[in-house]
Structures are given as C-alpha cells and as structure tokens.
Design a protein around this ligand. Structure first.
Ligand code: ZN
Length: 62
C-alpha cells in the first residue's frame, strides 16, 4: 500500500468550489444571481460576477 502524493494528479483542474444556490439580485445591474461562491452578507449589497470584478478593479484604479 502506497500513499500517493497530491501532485500525482494529471492536471490542475478547477478546485471544487462550493457554490451557494439561491435567488439574489445584483445591486448594480439588477441581474438575477442564482449562484454565489460566497455567502452574501445581509448588510452588504450583492453583486453579480461581472459587477464584482468591475468594482474590484475600480478600487485599484484610484
Ligand atoms: Zn451586476
């Protein structure tokens, strides 16, 4: 019996990310969001993926 190392995998696949299913609305564009990679906080607006990236890059563009 041999213990295989983790880097024995053939290729780097996407890590199994836990997606939360639900029904949210993007606070920016109003798009419907059915999946989120994180738990949305009730005191913060929820954004879709596109708006998230948009806002993230905007933060750095100061
Ligand atoms: Zn959006």
């Amino acid at each position: 019996m041999a213990f295989k190392k983790f880097d024995d995998r053939p290729s780097r696949d996407f890590p199994p990310r836990k997606m939360l299913k639900g029904n949210w609305k993007c606070a920016d564009c109003g798009k419907e969001i059915t999946e989120l990679p994180f738990e949305p906080s009730p005191d913060r607006p929820t954004y879709c993926r596109e708006c998230w990236q948009k806002r993230r890059t905007q933060k750095f563009g100061r």
